[in-house]
Design a protein around this ligand. Sequence first.
Ligand code: FES
Length: 179
Amino acid sequence: MENKVQFKPETLALAKEIMGRYPEGKQKSALLPLLHLAQAEFNGWLDVPVMDMVAEVIGIQAIEVYEVTSFYSMYNLKPVGNCLLEICRTSSCWLRGAEDIVSHLENKLGIKEGETTPDGMFTIKTVECLGSCGTAPMMQCGAQFHENLDTDKVDSILDKLRADGKRTNYFDAVVVKEY
Ligand code: FES
C-alpha cells in the first residue's frame, strides 16, 4: 500500500543530497540525519508511517528504522511538546543538582517528567550523559545546550523559549542548508 506520508519536496531533495554523500549501496548510512529531518518536519516525533516513509526513501526495511529509533533517546516515538527539555541525570549532573532542576521544572510547568504541558509547549524528559559533564547540571533543548543551570537560569530559558514560540529541533532543513 502506498505510504501517504511524504517529505516536503525541498526536504526530500535535501534527503537525497545527504544520501548521495555515501557510496552506492551504503545509503543506509544516511539514516540518522534523515530521521532528524523527519522528526523536525513531523512535529518532533516519529510515528510509524513517518518511519516507514524514511525506510522507503532510503530503500531499506522498516524494521531497520525501528531498530535505530528504539535505541537512541534522541528520537521520540510518541508526541512531544514544541520544546523538549532534556535534562541530564547522569553522575556529574546528578551530583550538581539535576534532581532539583527536574523538580523545579515539574513545579513550574505543572507536569511530571515524561509529560507534556496541556498547551503542547513543553515536555520534560530525563536523559543520560550528554557529554557536557564539566558544566553540570545541564539540559539540552533542540540544538542548544544550557549549562551550569540553577533555577533562575531555568526560568529565563523557559521565558525565552515561550517568547520564541518555535519548535526546538536537533536540526532541520533550514539548519542543514546553513552549513
Ligand atoms: S553527566 Fe551530565 S552531561 Fe555528563
